[in-house]
Design a protein around this ligand. Structure first.
Ligand code: SF4
Length: 548
């Protein structure tokens, strides 16, 4: 492979695609697909109760932390900001990271680089690189598929096998709900830790699994529990956190690593909380006590469909599993697919009912979507079922089918998808309430647990229940009394139990802060009705410049 002539003295700019994002434009921004992962695919039907936050572009942050060349990360730039950066600093390499929907922006960014910084080599990576025809769509010098750290190290003549350095990443930014922004003091938000990328389960629709090699493949950044523990201690010290968002497609699948981590957490008296992704078959390898002691407090699990044939769900009673996890204080985020091959207008309502019957804390619904680069895409393409003229900007699973389904029309796909979100909200209420319910169950079950680390964690969570969450519940109970009495009564019941447990603080916060949240939530509803959207701020991070 080529090495840049300047080696690790080359000046590198790593950029994510430009905003604004929450609008319809010619470059592929879409109002229904803002840069707020939770809002756009999990809580989007929940109005002012939707949890909204931004996440940095972790791929380019990881690359920056693992090269010694002078490097700037430009995250969420405006087009003008990008142009300014390209004209005020002479970059030898410009790396652009993107997902598939933003291919129009990548094309425009390549054009800008050629015009404003013609000496720069253009490298394009991220999921967009999975588009088979990408070389003919954009003007780039290199297109990098899969993991990018080792590629960039090789290209700069550095040791690609050097240990991975993990940057300090705060998981969520500018979090807001019910019209209020959460305080952003140090340690209040979890740190993101990325132990591996890819997933060996290889479900046919899964872009992440396909991107990092597909079935049977994944890339470990931190192979052992000891390495992972070391990185988490470093993040704990740098960011003052005891909570981690573990960005690993299937963290619990690597049981040896997870169990070693638990051993070290016990020895080091770490009362950490871990939010993880895991498939049902991986979760079932653990007892509830192991999960709880490991600090698992939030779990994203693919439910897909009761009739799906995915190996990860074989013989899994996901209804029972979800119930049990929640009873142990573990918040569950379920994920269900709308528009699988067996779905028809006749059976889709039952499938949606079965999904919402899980009563998860959060529920993501996604259209069955052949995304370029996945086995599903190859299959559907070979059957001639891909719809022509679908803009890549609309292939994100939250709009309409991009393929011909045997029984469901394109327009109906959106109707059923939207219906699933609304039904989940109608039956189960706001995710904030459901989360509180799970936290409360966990507190009741574990407040006297023999392991002090576990007690400490649940007591931290319960503190939030008796303060800010109590006020949110107070406001929600009143608001839902007007529109959904069943949910209002369920919230009332939970509040009653919380008040019994924390009589003074819960009462006081509800009385003082509750009315504020009621007012701010209503104000937010009005703003949203007028089309209010949110955009992330631009980040410019420079490193290694002193030695250049
Ligand atoms: S188990 Fe989840 S992460 Fe793994 S391949 Fe399937 S969908 Fe992707």
């Amino acid at each position: 492979m080529d090495i840049h002539p300047k080696g690790n003295r080359a000046r590198v700019l790593l950029a994510s695609v430009f905003g604004p994002y929450a609008q319809d434009d010619q470059y592929g921004s879409r109002a229904i697909n803002p840069m707020e992962l939770y809002h756009n695919q999990v809580t989007r039907a929940q109005g002012s109760y939707s949890i909204r936050m931004f996440h940095r572009s972790w791929g380019i942050m990881m690359i920056q932390a693992n090269i010694s060349a002078p490097c700037t990360v430009l995250d969420f730039p405006t087009q003008e900001g990008l142009a300014r950066e390209l004209t005020t600093t002479q970059y030898d390499v410009v790396g652009i990271s993107s997902i598939i929907v933003n291919v129009g922006k990548v094309k425009e960014m390549c054009r800008m680089v050629r015009e404003l910084s013609p000496e720069s080599v253009i490298v394009v990576g991220g999921h967009v690189a999975g588009i088979p025809d990408l070389p003919n769509m954009i003007d780039a010098d290199y297109i990098v598929r899969g993991e990018g750290i080792s590629w960039m190290r090789r290209y700069l003549g550095e040791d690609e096998n050097a240990p991975i350095r993990h940057p300090a990443i705060v998981s969520g930014l500018q979090t807001r709900a019910m019209g209020l922004r959460m305080p952003e003091r140090k340690g209040a938000t979890a740190a993101t830790v990325i132990p591996s990328v890819g997933c060996p389960m290889g479900c046919n629709f899964c872009t992440t699994s396909a991107f990092f090699g597909g079935k049977g493949k994944f890339v470990n950044f931190f192979e052992t529990g000891d390495e992972l523990f070391g990185v988490m201690c470093q993040l704990e010290a740098e960011l003052k956190v005891n909570s981690f968002f573990v960005m690993d497609e299937n963290f619990l699948l690597h049981r040896t690593r997870a169990m070693r981590l638990l051993e070290l957490m016990k020895a080091g008296k770490k009362s950490w909380e871990l939010s993880v992704f895991a498939s049902a078959n991986a979760i079932r390898k653990y007892t509830m006590e192991e999960l709880v002691e490991l600090g698992i407090s939030w779990l994203w699990m693919g439910l897909e469909s009761p009739r799906s044939q995915y190996g990860k769900l074989r013989d899994a009673d996901t209804l029972q599993l979800t119930r049990t996890l929640r009873e142990h204080g573990i918040r569950v985020q379920g994920s269900t697919i709308i528009g699988l091959e067996h779905h028809t207008p006749e059976n889709i309502h039952d499938e949606i009912e079965s999904a919402v019957a899980h009563e998860t804390d959060f529920h993501q619904f996604m259209l069955y979507t052949p995304v370029p680069g996945t086995p599903l895409y190859q299959e559907v393409a070979s059957q001639g079922r891909l719809l022509p003229d679908v803009d890549p900007a609309d292939i994100h699973g939250q709009y309409k089918f991009n393929f011909r389904h045997e029984a469901i029309s394109r327009d109906d796909s959106k109707r059923f998808l939207d219906g699933a979100f609304y039904r989940d909200f109608e039956r189960n209420g706001p995710s904030i309430y459901r989360m509180c319910e799970t936290i409360f169950k966990g507190w009741q079950r574990y407040k006297n647990y023999p392991d002090a680390r576990v007690r400490e964690r649940f007591s931290r969570e319960a503190k939030k229940l008796s303060s800010g969450y109590s006020a949110a519940l107070w406001a929600m109970e009143r608001e839902f009394a007007r529109v959904n009495r069943d949910i209002s009564e369920r919230i009332h019941e939970l509040r009653r139990n919380i008040k019994k447990e924390f009589p003074l603080t819960a009462r006081l916060t509800a009385a003082l802060l509750g009315p504020v949240l009621l007012w701010s939530g209503r104000k937010e509803e009005r703003r949203l009705a007028l089309g209010r959207t949110y955009e992330p701020p631009t980040f410019v991070d420079r490193c290694n410049w002193a030695s250049s």
